[in-house]
Structures are given as C-alpha cells and as structure tokens.
Ligand binder design. Structure first.
Ligand SMILES: C[S@@+](CC[C@H](N)C(=O)[O-])C[C@H]1O[C@@H](n2cnc3c(N)ncnc32)[C@H](O)[C@@H]1O
Length: 272
C-alpha cells in the first residue's frame, strides 16, 4: 500500500540538495557512500527532485564529503565509546543511521526548528538519539545536553552560513562545556567567500555564504582550547579526483590545477 507522501513547506533548501546527491550515488552500480536511507527518504517526499539546482558533480562530491566525515566520526566513537555526538546543521542527512552507533553513545541531531520538524516525519526514532530544533547560534540549545563526556561535533556544510563571530561563539561554548572532544567541519577559503560577497553586492542581494577559513591556526587563538589536528584539501582528495576525472588526461589536468584549488575547500579536525 502506497503511504501518503510528505509535502514540503520550503523548496530549494540546501539540505534537499545534499540529500539528493547522496540518493543519486546510492542508485549507481558502484556507490561511494551507498546511503540507501537518503534514497528511501526522497521517495517519501512529494517533490520533483530533478527541479533542484543541484551543482554539477554533486552526486560524487557530496557522498565523498559525507563518507570522509563518517570516517572521522567512527574513529572518534571507537576511541571514546561513552561519547556524545553533536551533528550540527544535520538537515535530512542520515549519518546516525549510516553509522548506527553502539549502545553507550548519545547522538544529537541539531538544525533549525522547521527542518527538525520535517526530520521527525521522515526518519524513525532511535534509541539514545535526540532531535533539537534550534539555531546553533542560540546559546540555549546546549543546556539540555550532559557535559560530562567526550564530544564529537560534526558541522558538515554548515559553518559557511554563519558569521565568524557566531562560529567563534559556538566553538567557545562547546569547548567550555565538555571535558574533551573534536570538532570536524568543512570550510571555504577567504577568497571564495570574498568572491561570493562581491557577486552578491553586484546583484544587490544577500550573500549566500558568510564565513571562510584563512589561516586555520587563527582559530586556535580565537578559541584557546582548540588545537588543529588535521587539515585536508577536499578538491584534491584522491577518491574525488578519481571519480570526477575518470580519464588519465583529466586526472593530469586535476593534478596541474591542484595548487590553485588546494585551499578552496578544506576539511578540518580540531581537538580540545
Ligand atoms: C548544506 S545543508 C547541510 C545538511 C547536512 N549537514 C548534510 O551535509 O547533508 C546546511 C544545513 O544547515 C542548516 N543551518 C543553517 N543555518 C543554521 C543555524 N543557524 N542553525 C542550525 N542549522 C542551520 C540548514 O537548515 C541546513 O539543514
């Protein structure tokens, strides 16, 4: 029996694009992430996903990105079996189901109230998983979370929508609350953000992206408990290059471009 499909209140939201990219990957013969949960969720929504403004190659780049953050999360959980996961700006991402954390882990998915409301309709409840509908810039959402365990904070595809002040305040609150942990996230370069700002100014519109990362050591000064552990250039990640540039000629071209795009998008892992 066909169940009634969920209607969307807002279309063209960024979390629909990231969900769709992962669903498309799961339909291929040789998937990168194989997020069958994403595909199942898409089928529950009454919306033509073909209409989305999905960037070229999103069915590769988004699963590669998510797989990389899943890997870092799994590593942390294996080393800290009593930890807390804060998946910030979770959107409709199914990380909690992909990772399926063992008993002992408490998992919090956090996003704006309307997104969390939609999530409640689309995903089943799971043991020791909690949904928080709040802006991450609101200091109150952390109050209900116990602060006596190690924490891993995943902020995938989120921080570019916040201001620098908000990012620093968020990280300061987190490092002030938990005894130890890691914060993992992706960030655009300052040049990329400047370009987006200029484009928005020319169009007299609001810029779509606000925060970018210059020297990652500066974050250690702004949030003194943080230490940079890993910095990875996303656009030159072997799996991404191989999938996006299947021919030898295109791979050689990617290698040539490497130094120019190295800092455009990076993945960071800080610890405290
Ligand atoms: C590009 S989507 C990424 C979703 C998910 N992390 C993924 O990779 O599929 C960005 C998400 O950040 C959320 N977001 C943006 N600003 C936020 C804020 N101030 N507080 C909480 N979530 C926010 C949006 O609602 C959206 O779900």
């Amino acid at each position: 029996m066909e169940t009634e499909k969920i209607q969307l209140k807002k279309e063209n939201e960024t979390y629909l694009i990231t969900l769709y990219g992962k669903a498309l990957d799961s339909r291929t013969k040789n998937p990168i992430l194989n997020d069958t949960f994403a595909d199942a969720v898409i089928r529950k929504i009454d919306f033509d996903f073909e209409k989305l403004k999905t960037p070229k190659g999103a069915e590769v780049s988004l699963p590669v990105r998510a797989k990389h953050f899943d890997g870092w999360t799994r590593e942390f959980l294996a080393a800290h079996p009593d930890s807390i996961v804060l998946n910030l700006g979770c959107g409709l991402d199914s990380r909690v189901f992909r990772i399926d954390p063992p008993a002992g882990i408490r998992w919090y998915d956090v996003d704006l109230p309307d997104v969390i409301e939609l999530r409640r309709h689309l995903y089943p409840e799971c043991h020791d998983c909690f949904l928080i509908g709040s802006s991450v810039t609101d200091p109150g959402w952390l109050d209900s979370i116990p602060g006596d365990r190690p924490v891993i904070v995943v902020a995938e595809g989120l921080l570019q929508y916040l201001t620098e002040q908000d990012v620093i305040a968020l990280f300061s609150r987190i490092t002030g609350k938990f005894p130890k942990g890691q914060i993992i996230f992706d960030a655009y370069s300052l040049n990329m953000i400047r370009f987006v700002m200029l484009l928005a100014a020319a169009r007299r519109s609001r810029p779509s992206l606000l925060w970018g990362m210059g020297d990652p050591r500066k974050l250690e000064t702004a949030v003194p408990r943080l230490r940079l552990v890993t910095e990875i250039s996303f656009l030159t990640m072997p799996e991404l290059v191989e999938r996006l540039s299947p021919s030898r000629a295109r791979r050689a071209m990617s290698r040539l471009m490497g130094p120019f795009v190295k800092k455009m998008v990076r993945h960071f892992r800080y610890e405290f």
